[in-house]
Design a protein around this ligand. Structure first.
Ligand code: OSB
Ligand code: MG
Length: 368
């Protein structure tokens, strides 16, 4: 397989409601999409870099520059027998895993399509639907939080994740628990705390959470290990798990008991698979996180989440949790039991609505 050309686009898309986390608020998403032209097959992918360097150091503009100046020139026109060949050619570029992941995931979709398989079955997936939850942003008040939780429960979601930060944490969890004692609930701090906050974070143990996601600084495995040793609640790492080495070391030092895998964060599907496998060997469950993707990134995430050790509901909500209209057909819909169906058609398994993509495009370049 050869990547003959790569089309890059940035779209501008408005979220149905602003999404606030401990690192900022977001109303418009500017997803960076790639279309790889591979011997008659189009491999679509979505780069998960954010608009600003808040969740990670990568950004949409930075990924655009790294892709066009370094990554695409290193791989275009080369004979790629496998995804590992692509990874090898990209290895001289340090970091920039979100940019690399976009190429790796696009090529994987093309390989799956060439093999006449769905991406999920090409990756080794074992289920036809995946459990999903909703990630609810930080709200102005409890009333609007309850209104959103109520809406999502009535839609059929089975797990609610709330975003927390100092000042929007223990009281909020207590209020949710008094109204919904049994609900499957978790909290994501996006690195808003440090180890000095351990006494406060230990209080989280009272609220019966499925897990506490990324309480401390990204990359800091040792402080997470110190915190985990003082807490009953399972710590899940997101930002800290940049690759399989970080996952191995996190498990070794006891920094977490659960891992959030986002293929777009760790460099792609192959690296996700390595994390998945080493976590399975260590008895650590994984689940698939989200980055407010369009249907293109969602299709990739859902395919990955069909692997066996994805044992907990993912942040893989239906299209209408995010967008008035998704850019893929069919859109992702919530089904029985709070699940989303895994696309079964060859390759990515969803059709990209080109007219809509064209209408939303704010930047475009073809490298051939
Ligand atoms: O930390 O999981 C996160 C969105 C953007 C950046 C980081 C995160 C999130 C979410 C939303 O929690 C998950 C989703 O796509 O539904
Ligand atoms: Mg997270």
């Amino acid at each position: 397989m050869k990547i003959e050309a790569v089309e890059l686009r940035v779209l501008q898309m408005r979220l149905l409601r602003p999404f606030r986390t401990s690192f900022g608020v977001q109303q418009d998403r500017f997803p960076l999409l790639l279309r790889l032209q591979c011997e008659g097959i189009s491999g679509w992918s979505e780069c998960v870099a954010g608009e600003g360097p808040w969740y990670s150091s990568e950004t949409v503009d930075g990924a655009w520059g790294i892709l066009t100046q370094y990554l695409i020139p290193a791989v275009r026109g080369r004979e790629l027998a496998s995804v590992e060949d692509l990874e090898r050619l990209m290895r001289p570029v340090r970091g920039h895993r979100m940019a690399k992941a976009a190429l790796e995931m696009g090529l994987s979709g093309a390989f799956a399509e060439a093999a006449q398989k769905s991406l999920a079955s090409w990756l080794g997936g074992v289920r036809s639907s995946v459990e999903t939850g909703v990630s609810v942003g930080i709200q102005a008040n409890l009333e609007s939080l309850f209104q959103q939780i109520e809406e999502h429960l009535s839609q059929g979601y089975q797990r609610i994740k709330i975003k927390i930060e100092p000042g929007w944490d223990l009281d909020v969890l207590a209020a949710i628990r008094s109204r919904y004692p049994e609900m499957s609930l978790m909290a994501d701090a996006n690195s808003a705390y440090d180890l000095d906050d351990a006494p406060r974070l230990r209080e989280v143990d009272h609220y019966g959470l499925l897990m506490l996601e990324q309480p401390l600084t990204a990359g800091d495995l040792l402080d997470h290990a110190a915190l985990q040793a003082q807490m009953a609640t399972d710590i899940c790492l997101d930002e800290s798990i940049e690759d399989s080495r970080a996952a191995r070391q996190a498990i070794q030092v006891g920094a977490c008991r659960v891992i959030n895998i986002k293929p777009g964060r760790v460099g792609g599907f192959a690296e996700s698979r390595r994390i998945h496998d080493l976590a399975a060997d260590a008895g650590i469950p994984v689940w698939c996180g989200g980055m407010l993707e369009t249907g293109i990134g969602r299709a990739a995430n859902v395919a990955l989440a069909s692997l066996p050790n994805f044992k907990l509901p993912g942040d893989l909500s239906a299209s209408d949790r995010y967008w008035a209209e998704d850019i893929v057909d069919p859109p992702f819909e919530l089904a029985e039991g709070g699940t989303v169906a895994v696309p079964y058609r060859w390759g990515l398994g969803v059709r990209v609505k080109m007219d809509m993509v064209d209408r939303l495009t704010v930047r475009r370049e073809v490298i051939s």
